[in-house]
Design a protein around this ligand. Sequence first.
Ligand code: S3P
Length: 171
Amino acid sequence: MEELILLTGFMGAGKSAVAREVAKRLSWKVVDLDEMIEAREERTISSIFESQGEDFFRDREHEALKDALNMRGVVVACGGGVLLRGENRAILKGHALFNLNASFKELYRRICGTGDTRPLARCNREELEKLYESREHLYREVPSQIETEGRDPEVIADEIVKRYFSRGEAV
Ligand code: S3P
């Protein structure tokens, strides 16, 4: 079995926290696509969005994803927009990809409860809900869905590890 797990889901779904817990359980490393992009570009995601726009960022995200798919012994926390591009959805097929779910109400609380710096969030509830609704179908299309609402990252990570090892049966 390929030693690679990928996590997706809307902003605030808990991808980074859950990735850390999954990696701890498997003694693997965490790879965060946003951090990979920031390190390569030597600036923050916000500054990339500001100076070069979303398309440029999506190109870098695609490259980072392609590279991450060649890694082993890693849990990859993808950015919340990774499923927007068909080419990303295509190359993710066949890999152990888990989508982390929560209701919009809960996601909004998690994203905006403590102030946020994500360029696409801006914490305007209506705008953010529109963004969520425009993407919901993409998250739902991921075969392996993980419910996160009211659950701690540790519990979610246990479920992911269990389902990862039973892949081929039913995930
Ligand atoms: C984005 C989500 C962010 C980051 C960028 C765009 C999105 O990642 O990739 O700000 O389009 O949903 P997180 O989901 O890790 O916040």
